[in-house]
Design a protein around this ligand. Structure first.
Ligand SMILES: Nc1nc(=O)c2c([nH]1)NC[C@@H]1CN(c3ccc(C(=O)N[C@@H](CCC(=O)O)C(=O)O)cc3)C=[N+]21
Ligand SMILES: [Mg+2]
Length: 290
């Protein structure tokens, strides 16, 4: 058996073409979707991701701004920029690239973004709404992972889903989305006893641990759908996921590659959330002139 490869690059490209049509429709109503990305410091991985986000905006006909601060910038500098963007009608989404340098209180910075522009979905109001099943911005990486499951034709209801990783950005929201979709969800983490046994029960296995090739072939149930959220840079400069891809692909039924799986879908869902925010602004009578 060889797993079906879930091509995030191809799906993201198709989605961006659809977003472009919607962006033009919104632009004609005075609300071209606009995203502002804030990057602090010179983390090379962050620079790549931010560049990908800005390029994706251009490709989808969105307006975007990139605000780069030096690594020794103060929190007050960044907060002032966020306040200006909060009030800017051309901007529908504000993203502060994480991680922030150590001198920052990331919680306080994210909290400064008005909820209507929190397209990452990281603020407490958003997380609360997600848990309650109310309208909200669904965090981009889990939303992209769910979209890939849909693309794979996976009927989530009744399935055993196992998530490895309990982060606020991936593990926790992913658990909520899978639960809402009807899966029986187990969240495993660094303290879990007999992780392999949990993983082997999974019809849907989501790896979000941040350790290269941590999930081995023996941890996968034959035919399972494997979603690899990991992006790890190896000493030779190559990227690899949290799953041992070569071992997994001969066991799994479907699997996301790294790169080219969840990563591009994360960016596509950032655009989807920004589009949603622009649509909301039109409904609330607060478009822009972009
Ligand atoms: N406020 C905030 N929101 C985020 O959504 C956020 C963040 N901070 N900090 C970092 C993580 C990571 N993340 C990725 C986005 C795209 C790729 C991506 O495009 N990956 C390509 C490869 C990129 C490469 O070549 O390095 C791929 O998987 O094919 C990866 C990772 C968003 N994050
Ligand atoms: Mg996690």
């Amino acid at each position: 058996m060889t797993a079906h490869i879930l091509d995030g690059n191809a799906l993201a490209k198709t989605l961006r073409a659809n977003f472009r049509q919607e962006a033009e429709a919104l632009a004609s109503r005075g609300a071209r979707p606009g995203l502002a990305v804030i990057l602090v410091g010179e983390n090379p991985a962050s620079q790549v991701y931010v560049r990908n986000k800005v390029n994706a905006c251009a490709d989808a006909g969105f307006y975007s701004e990139k605000h780069v601060f030096p690594g020794d910038a103060t929190q007050a500098d960044v907060l002032a920029k966020i306040r200006a963007l909060n009030a800017d009608p051309a901007i529908h989404g504000i993203l502060v690239q994480l991680p922030l340098p150590a001198q920052f209180d990331a919680e306080a910075v994210l909290d400064a973004i008005v909820a209507e522009k929190d397209v990452d979905g990281f603020r407490a109001e958003n997380v609360g709404a997600l848990v309650l099943g109310l309208p909200c911005f669904v965090p981009c990486t889990p939303r992209g992972a769910m979209r890939l499951l849909e693309e794979a034709g996976v009927d989530v209801a009744g399935k055993e889903a196992v998530i490895v990783g309990r982060s606020n950005i991936v593990g926790k929201p992913m658990a909520m989305l899978l639960m809402h979709a009807g899966a029986t969800v187990t969240v495993c983490h660094s303290r879990t006893r007999d992780l392999a046994a949990h993983c082997r029960r999974a019809d849907i296995l989501v790896a979000a641990v941040g350790k290269p090739r941590f999930i081995t072939g023996e941890m996968i149930k034959p035919g399972a759908v494997v979603i690899d959220v990991g992006i790890n840079r190896l000493p030779d400069g190559k990227l690899c996921g949290d799953v041992d891809f070569d071992a997994a692909r001969v066991v799994a039924g479907a699997i996301t590659p790294v790169p080219g799986g969840v990563g591009p879908m994360t960016i596509a869902m950032l655009l989807a959330n920004t589009l949603e925010s622009a649509r909301n602004s039109v409904q609330n009578g607060a478009g822009n002139n972009a």
